[in-house]
Design a protein around this ligand. Structure first.
Ligand code: ARG
Length: 455
């Protein structure tokens, strides 16, 4: 492909080091589609005849079919996907294959291929994230008015609806899908026509080329276009954030499924056993989902580090952009359907949720009782703090303290204070949009469902 000025062959270890075909063959469909569009445009520009174009298209289709059926005859010295396709095209159509690369460089070709590939990866990631969101919505619907202890600092805080907790994991994923869509607009920009650095001398219509490839626009500067990999960093940030959101959901599921909490039971289909301890049923689905986020963040660090300090235009370092990208996309495609399935099949246990609800979680409601009767919140906070301590010292629950005990710390308390000790009342009092009150949560659920519509 580039041997003209060389008198010696390449060192075997250098070839192995240099060749990207073992991993960039992943982009075979994008590489061939890009070449087909290029053949059509250089024909429109009068560079090749219609007959030559058709011959190139026929050959490219044959190579496409070979890859699609797994019959592509790879050679050990195929350097990358671009040269492998061109080599095979030559074997199929002969000399005319030498015209395909006119006015093009592997620099603008590879940039085009990865962008096309990333466009597909974004569409797949969006669909996979949506599956997890769907599982959350289904569980939230099924949760009805069940109440779960809400934790801050992993300490019992306030009662909330189980549906509210579930949906708290929906919105981060919704932001991830928005981020993916936003990123897509910057990915779907065509670099082809930039040549090696200076732009092609052929009079190709780059906008027509972009439209042919389903892209939204064309790059503004050929030097930038051939080395811009910002879009990979952006995609990997989106993937990392998705990974982190799934990891946090997983962490909750791991500890809620432990015997200590017992809030949820995972389906056997998403658990595994221990080779030593017969009683064990481990939440491996969520543990692995949590663990995979590390490799997504690692991929983001890889690309950022590759890009830092690169001189302008194309440098071979950029070949290191692909493995983190491919690995992240595959990690998402493995992780998200499992997270969705494990969540969809999990069963929440009403009795355990009930047991987890401790009166002390209603201390804020008792303070609110005083506030409603004109006591400044700071005073109310202190008063209820004293009651909590008194109950602790007597070894009873706050609700078991006699009314006189309440009145001994603040005379505002009347017998109706006992009505504060209701989880349902505590939840129901929180009616503002975004709060855990049943009506607000029903509205939240409606909004969440609307996000799952076709977009
Ligand atoms: N395999 C290369 C890559 O992934 C293709 C571009 C090679 N360009 C070059 N000037 N050697 O980046």
């Amino acid at each position: 492909m580039w041997g003209g000025r060389f008198s010696e062959g390449i060192d075997a270890r250098m070839a192995e080091f240099n060749n990207s075909f073992p991993f960039d063959r992943t982009m075979w469909a994008e590489d061939i589609s890009g070449s087909m569009a290029w053949a059509r445009q250089i024909c429109a520009a009068g560079v090749i005849t219609a007959a030559e174009r058709d011959e190139l298209l026929r050959g490219l289709q044959a190579v496409y079919d070979e890859f699609a059926s797994g019959a592509f005859p790879a050679k050990t010295d195929d350097e990358d996907i671009h040269s492998a396709v061109e080599r095979r095209l030559g074997e199929i159509v002969g000399g005319v294959s030498g015209k395909l690369h006119t006015g093009r460089s592997r620099n603008d070709q590879v940039a085009t291929d990865i962008r096309l590939w990333t466009m597909g990866a974004i569409r797949r990631a969006d669909e996979a994230v949506r599956m997890v969101q769907q599982a959350i919505v289904d569980q939230a619907k099924a949760a009805g008015d069940l109440i779960i202890p809400g934790y801050t600092h992993v300490q019992r805080a306030q009662p909330i609806l189980l549906a509210h907790w579930l949906l708290s994991h929906f919105w981060p994923l919704e932001r991830d899908r928005q981020r993916l869509a936003d990123c897509y607009a910057r990915v779907a920009i065509l670099p082809l026509g930039s040549g090696a650095i200076a732009g092609t001398p052929l009079k190709v219509d780059r906008n027509a080329l972009a439209a042919d490839l389903g892209m939204l626009g064309i790059s503004a500067n050929s030097v930038d276009a051939i080395s811009d990999r910002d879009f990979i960093a952006e995609y990997l940030f989106c993937a990392s954030m998705i990974g982190i959101h799934i990891s946090r959901l997983s962490e909750d599921m791991v500890f809620y499924s432990s015997a200590e909490y017992g809030f949820v039971t995972l389906a056997d289909a998403y658990s595994t056993g221990s080779s030593l301890m017969p009683q064990k049923k481990n939440p491996d689905s969520f543990e692995l989902a949590r663990g995979k986020s590390g490799r997504l963040v690692g991929s983001l660090m890889t690309i950022l580090t590759v890009l830092k300090g690169l001189p302008s235009a194309y440098n071979k370092d950029l070949q290191e952009d692909k493995e983190p990208l491919f690995d992240a996309a595959r990690t998402l495609e493995l992780t998200l359907p499992v997270a969705a399935g494990a969540l969809a099949t999990a069963k929440f246990n009403q009795a355990a949720l009930q047991r987890g609800l401790d009166d002390a979680m209603l201390a804020t409601d008792v303070a609110d009782y005083l506030v409603d009767r004109g006591v400044p919140f700071r005073t109310a906070h202190k008063v209820v703090g004293q009651l909590v301590r008194m109950a602790e010292e007597r070894g009873v629950k706050m609700v078991q303290l006699p009314l006189e005990a309440f009145q001994s710390v603040d005379s505002t308390f009347k017998a109706d204070v006992m009505a504060c000790f209701s989880m349902a009342a505590s939840v129901a009092a929180r009616t503002v949009p975004g709060a855990t009150g049943p009506q607000a949560v029903a509205e939240q659920l409606t909004a969440a469902k609307a996000c799952l519509g076709v977009r």
